[in-house]
Design a protein around this ligand. Structure first.
Ligand code: BMA
Length: 774
């Protein structure tokens, strides 16, 4: 119990009574299903799927066809409950709140059998006043309703007109009406992901008790005053004042490294109060700005804020402050109609190179700090500087943004709406408004976030008529679109965060979209804003097929994950390209055929007499094809930065789709390994299927250890294109992979992510090159 008792914010300087205490309700809870036939312990934070797995009641959800086998879990209505002793003397506290940082998703909450509230949005934070119901011994219950059933009910109740799409394409084997519930949109399935609509308490839960007043949150924005050429910090703190009299006192804000300290007098009236402070940094002091990776340092400064309030109440907070400016430049370009679309950080134009981020797992309780760090470190190691947090997933956890700040990764942050139209009845809007206001507060202090974007592809879905809406009905949907993204989300952003730009959608035409009444005739124009571009039919080695756009925020090609990855979730009969399993895991209509077609344009397709060899070679070839396609397209966008050809060009961003996978299946993901020390490149004079003289390369490796790193000294008997090094399921990263080996020897480093040994690596090591197929 002592471990759970955290002295939170403040202590009376005069005596022993704490002015605020926090008691965590993390840990073991009881979970039971709708008819009570299943009862099990489960961890909070967590979800029902993880609890069932931990108790050995289900297998790995990602194994073979388990996404379908376990559909019953998300169709049931589960209850989470817990009993606990209140660790403080109840009579001493003026206010007691139950804080839920994240509830997934539809629930009714009972405290000591009294209903204290409901939840309908997994992206919101909930606080319920339990002062009058809390006792010495307490029970808490969250009665969940299946989000799938709730979404169906909400859609049915929306009788005036349909809000498409009803269901995902059949090939995705997903659930319907996800647009009616404020939940991770891809959890009902996506074209790269399974349907696992989880239920549970997915973030922290605790009780906070306080007297006099309580600091609910504080947030800050560094703002650069161009005319005065100095930095200011806008600080906002929200209090709940429970004292019946006003509470006065002082606030001292200090940033020692910037020799800055300022004192303010405040007086808080009873009730919910906001304190706004303005801190000026003298222009005589040099402020080092935060830069994206590859452009400078990520300097941050420690700041403390001390509230010294009446009654000896001291509240102290600390944070890291980073200073940077960001501007989205949309201005005329000589020789090209339309407007530019690029970012200036600290006044310098920067090309955004990177990828799109989707949730790292269907079960968020499995997304550890280590996993986030590994993925984000891979981003900077690959010389990227940007990730787009895509609108079909989740607003990521705090640690994600802290790491991006630290590593210099710029974040394009979508609001969580994707590939759908959305309802705008009052209940839905209220929920969205609370979500958006909360997320802005939570995230706005991060320098890494450089833009807010209203949604993923919904302007395009509407204007390109993805859902076959009658032309005469379109105004209804445009009205809903403007209501949601402009009149609500945009207004909240403008009111809550002046430190970064906002656009309504991606792709969008930016200023042109605004001029056309917030929806453009063609939101994917090459002359304005950003584009998403996918073409699986044209030859990807022909750069002429790519759009010479201002900014490519999505593009990509599918491939299959390595055999060592698939092996863990499949069985022997699955190991062929046309097996039931291979078709089941492919969620993009025609995806497997498209990959082979594209690969066949430049490579000979594998046809070994050994079916397993053919399967492995086919997987390998899809990866080679994907790497070549993404390389060609990315290089095209990078080249297009400095030219206008046929009135098009000045591309200033290339974010490929998608960084990593949610499960083991074909997708657009490709975690690149490139450590580009100097600009080297190669050019094939013909398709490799026409190359003459390629002969089978015998590649050997001598593996040795140097501290935590392993050295692979490779030797080849012949020129070997697309050399692929594989160490099975040993997690780690090679300094290079999939490379062209024209020299006889080459040294590659392997950075393991978990402790391993030379002999383990030697046993698991496998090398493939294109010459193995030819
Ligand atoms: C875009 C994305 C995703 C999708 C990807 C690949 O539409 O926004 O919705 O997964 O393309 O199809």
């Amino acid at each position: 119990m002592r471990l759970h008792l955290i002295l939170l914010l403040a202590l009376c300087s005069t005596g022993s009574t704490a002015a605020a205490l926090s008691y965590s309700l993390r840990g073991n809870w009881s979970i039971c299903n709708g008819n009570g036939s299943l009862e099990l312990p489960g961890a909070v934070p967590g979800c029902v799927h993880s609890a069932l797995f931990q108790q050995g009641l289900i297998q790995d959800s990602y194994y073979r066809f388990n996404d379908l086998n376990y559909r019953w879990i998300s169709l049931d209505n589960w209850t989470y409950s817990k009993e606990f002793k209140f660790p403080f003397e109840i009579s001493k506290w003026q206010k007691v709140n139950l804080i839920l940082e994240g509830v997934d998703t539809i629930s009714k909450i009972l405290f000591n059998e009294v209903t204290i509230g409901e939840t309908d949005n997994m992206f919101n934070r909930y606080s319920f006043d339990i002062t009058n119901v809390v006792r010495d011994v307490n029970s808490i219950e969250l009665r969940f309703q299946s989000a799938v059933l709730y979404a169906a009910q909400q859609s049915k109740a929306h009788t005036r007109y349909p809000v498409p799409p009803d269901c995902p394409p059949l090939v995705q084997k997903g659930e319907c009406h996800v647009n009616f519930v404020r939940k991770e949109q891809c959890s009902f399935s996506w074209d790269w992901g399974p349907s696992f609509p989880t239920q549970g308490i997915w973030k922290d839960v605790r009780i906070e008790a306080y007297n006099i007043c309580h600091l609910n949150y504080f947030t800050f924005s560094p703002i650069y005053d161009k005319s005065a050429q100095e930095w200011n910090l806008e600080i906002e703190a929200t209090f709940d004042v429970v004292s019946s009299k006003p509470v006065g006192g002082q606030v001292i804000v200090a940033i020692p490294k910037l020799q800055t300290q300022q004192m303010y007098n405040i007086e808080l009236q009873p009730g919910k109060r906001i304190v706004e402070l303005f801190l000026n940094i003298s222009k005589n002091i040099t402020v080092e700005t935060w830069w994206p990776h590859g452009h400078g340092n990520q300097t941050g400064y420690n700041m403390t804020i001390l509230f010294e309030l009446d009654g000896g109440l001291n509240i102290e907070k600390s944070a890291k402050v980073y200073f940077r400016t960001v501007e989205l430049i949309e201005e005329p370009i000589k020789g090209s109609p339309g407007l530019s679309f690029y970012f200036k950080i600290n006044g310098f134009p920067i090309f955004l190179k990177g990828s799109n981020w989707i949730p790292a797992d269907s079960f968020q309780d499995r997304v550890t700090s280590e996993l986030l760090r590994l993925l984000l470190q891979s981003v900077v190691d690959a010389n990227m500087n940007t990730l787009r947090v895509w609108g079909g997933g989740i607003y990521e956890q705090d640690e994600f943004y802290e790491l991006c700040d630290e590593l210099g990764i710029m974040v394009w942050q979508d609001f969580m709406f994707a590939c759908a139209l959305y309802p705008t009845d009052q209940g839905f809007l209220d929920s969205v408004r609370a979500e958006v206001a909360y997320q802005i507060k939570r995230l706005k202090s991060h320098p890494s976030i450089i833009i807010w974007s209203g949604n993923n592809e919904n302007e395009e879905a509407l204007m390109m008529n993805w859902y076959h809406i009658n032309f005469t009905d379109r105004p209804i949907y445009i009205k809903d679109y403007v209501t949601l993204y402009v009149k609500n989300i945009r207004e909240l952003v403008l009111a809550g965060d002046k430190s970064r730009p906002f656009i309504t959608s991606s792709p969008t035409n930016g200023a042109e979209t605004v001029a056309e009444g917030w929806v453009s005739q063609n939101p994917n124009s090459n002359y304005f804003g950003d584009v998403h571009f996918y073409d699986y039919i044209s030859d990807c080695w022909n750069w002429k097929v790519f759009p010479k756009a201002r900014f490519a925020s999505e593009y990509g090609y599918q491939s299959w994950p390595s055999f060592s990855t698939l092996e863990k979730v499949s069985s022997t009969e699955d190991w062929s390209f046309s097996s039931k399993f291979s078709l089941h895991r492919q969620h993009h209509e025609g995806g497997n055929k498209q990959m082979l077609y594209q690969a066949g344009l430049h490579f000979k397709l594998p046809k070994s007499t050994d079916p397993l060899r053919t399967f492995k070679d086919t997987i390998y070839l899809t990866q080679v094809m994907q790497a070549q396609c993404v390389k060609t397209e990315t290089e095209f966008y990078r080249r297009s930065r400095s030219e206008i050809v046929d009135q098009q060009g000045h591309t200033m961003g290339a974010l490929y789709w998608q960084l990593s996978d949610i499960w083991q299946a074909p997708s657009w993901a490709s975690l690149a390994d490139h450590e580009l020390l100097s600009p080297t490149n190669y050019h094939f004079l013909s398709s490799l299927k026409e190359a003459v003289g390629l002969c089978k390369a015998q590649i050997t490796a001598i593996i040795s250890q140097q501290g935590d790193i392993f050295v692979f000294d490779l030797e080849t008997s012949a020129v070997a294109p697309f050399v692929w090094l594989d160490v099975g399921s040993i997690p780690g990263r090679f300094s290079d992979n999939g490379f062209l080996m024209t020299e006889k020897t080459r040294t590659i480093l392997f950075y393991p992510w978990e402790p391993t040994s030379q002999s383990e690596l030697e046993q698991s090591f496998h090398v493939t090159s294109l010459t193995d197929i030819y």
